[in-house]
Design a protein around this ligand. Structure first.
Ligand SMILES: Cc1ncc(COP(=O)(O)O)c(C=O)c1O
Length: 386
């Protein structure tokens, strides 16, 4: 039997995976290092007692959307209502819904590389063409190039990840405004992915207005200590939310997730304290990295991108960032990244190995964990590098 073929556009797409290794300290997927605040699980169990298991969940997830609107309103002039909020199984599902509604055949999305790989991946899975603009040697957006690419390609969706994964860098308000003006000039939609928004000093939520083509995605997976929940949301003008209703499956968000999402928001001050703690750890870890032979990038997220500089990699570091590295230099830097990653694993610390990712030869990304985990990471890295 000849096996049925998948769509030809899927032929070259690989699945998205993050290596999981059994170690003591897991700092590879940007999760919160702590479980939800005490009281959350008991309150959830109690709320499940009154759940009507034989009934479909509230299709509109009204209570949850109301509450998210309330929580995010202070950042949005004019405020928000449930009509500005869409909820789904992780912000990845939100991104997929945006691509299903606004992408598709004969349309394109634009990404600024390096960035979150799922923007490109999801767009492709939805049959959308993907255009890229390379960031500069310091991984900053070259605004002139970005604006020119928007005018040239007229993408249906432009993705801006801020803070950007994997670099941790934030786009300024003036940059986002300029990109938004260009996106609107070609009748496109600007999607600002703020999966790490609460760790940064500035949010694009303040730019949301009913007559502007900008949406912001956020998630429970990082700040709300609830990656297991699979809950993400979109803050957007009402006309975007109305269109997404056409592509979301009926009852896509189960009743348990809705209840848990609602309850988690009762712990806002605990969440803010945790974020402040992680931001403090970010400063401490970054200062400690500065004393080691590594290159690092300034982060406003809950992770730091760094490139260990070995004897061979040091020679290559300057030119790999510019994209002008020789194959030999790139290979050496990449190999050194692999070696350091393995050295950390041998010391029971897992970070994300970005060595083989385009432009990131030799780079590793460490998620900020608890103070004790971060100290273990720093000790292990110091041990490997000296
Ligand atoms: C930039 C960015 N956006 C979205 C996501 C997906 O998050 P979620 O767990 O809400 O699907 C991630 C996860 O790591 C991310 O880094």
């Amino acid at each position: 039997m000849a096996r049925p073929k998948v769509r030809s556009s899927l032929d070259l797409i690989a699945g998205y995976h993050s290596a999981q290794v059994d170690v003591e300290v897991r700092l590879n997927t940007n999760e919160s290092p702590e479980p939800p605040p005490s009281g959350f699980v008991d309150a959830l169990k109690e709320s499940l007692d009154s759940l009507q298991w034989n009934r479909y969940p509230d299709r509109e997830a009204r209570a949850l959307r109301d509450r998210i609107a309330q929580v995010e309103s202070p950042l949005v002039s004019g405020g928000l209502s449930a009509e500005n909020i869409c909820v789904a199984n992780g912000s990845n599902e939100i991104l997929q819904s945006l691509c299903l509604a606004y992408g598709g055949p004969n349309r394109s999305v634009l990404t600024f590389e390096p960035t979150y790989a799922l923007h490109q991946h999801i767009a492709q899975v939805c049959g959308t063409d993907v255009k890229h603009v390379e960031r500069d040697s310091e991984f900053q957006l070259d605004l002139d190039q970005a604006l020119a690419a928007i005018v040239e390609h007229r993408p249906s969706i432009t993705f801006l990840c801020s803070p950007n994964n994997p670099t941790g860098m934030v786009e300024s308000s003036s940059t986002v405004r300029a990109v938004l003006d260009a996106v609107e000039s070609v009748d496109g939609l600007l999607v600002v992915d703020e999966a790490y928004g609460q760790f940064a000093a500035w949010s694009a939520l303040g730019l949301i207005e009913e007559e502007r083509s900008i949406v912001v995605t956020r998630t429970y997976s990082k700040t709300w200590s609830a990656a297991a929940l699979r809950l993400g949301y979109l803050v957007a003008p009402t006309w975007v939310i109305e269109q997404l209703d056409k592509v979301l499956l009926p009852y896509h968000l189960d009743a348990v997730t809705q209840a848990a999402g609602l309850l988690a928001l009762e712990y806002q001050s605990e969440m803010e304290q945790r974020v402040a703690g992680l931001v403090g750890e970010r400063t401490r870890v970054s200062a400690a990295l500065a004393d080691l032979p590594v290159q690092q990038w300034p982060s406003e997220a809950n992770f730091i991108l760094f490139r260990p500089l070995g004897p061979a990699a040091a020679a290559a570091s300057a030119d790999t960032a510019t994209g002008t590295a020789t194959d030999t230099h790139t290979a050496l830097a990449g190999n050194f990244g692999d070696l350091v990653w393995q050295g950390l694993v041998d010391r029971s610390v897992l970070v994300r190995n970005c060595s083989s990712w385009p432009r990131l030869s030799g780079c590793l990304r460490v998620t900020l964990g608890t103070a004790a985990e971060n100290t273990k990471f720093l000790d292990a890295l110091g041990d490997v590098l000296t």
